[in-house]
Design a protein around this ligand. Sequence first.
Ligand code: S3P
Length: 174
Amino acid sequence: MSVVDRSIVLIGFMGTGKSSVGRRLALSRGWPRLDTDAMIAAAVRMRISEIFERLGQERFREEESAMLAKIDATQRAVIITGGGAILRPENRVRLHVLGTVFCLTATLSTLLERLGRRSDRPLLQTEDPAATVENLLRKREPLYRETADFTIDTTGMSHDQVANAIEDCLARAA
Ligand code: S3P
């Protein structure tokens, strides 16, 4: 199957715009949008923050892997993952089976600015969220890099521009 026809998988740190960009791509392609966080919340019947609080991060990671395993790899879709989906090796393999993997990135200051606008991310409920972001990024960057087929730096870009950049990338790779 040509790269243009494969599902599009979005990975990347919290605040890189995966959900908004994924929504635009799903609309323009006319493909279903599969947002693993939303699917987990629906399956467990709790908000993500509640899952972390009441059941713990490990249980969330179990649900995340189970959800990725359950997605039909033969159906084309735009698949939006949570920022930690790349943590487990089996997920990293699975993401490639599911489609072409795009990693969205942004500079640290852009991420902090975007993440500061919302307070519902369980991993950032710490005394020093900026230090937490830096620390998580440092640990995860190699995994994002290893997993991505393509990386798009979204700093200074609108969601539409990022979606267009992904389409351009696929057109060039076809
Ligand atoms: C997480 C990112 C969140 C969500 C959960 C854990 C992470 O998704 O899956 O809070 O480990 O980075 P977003 O990247 O959509 O915020």
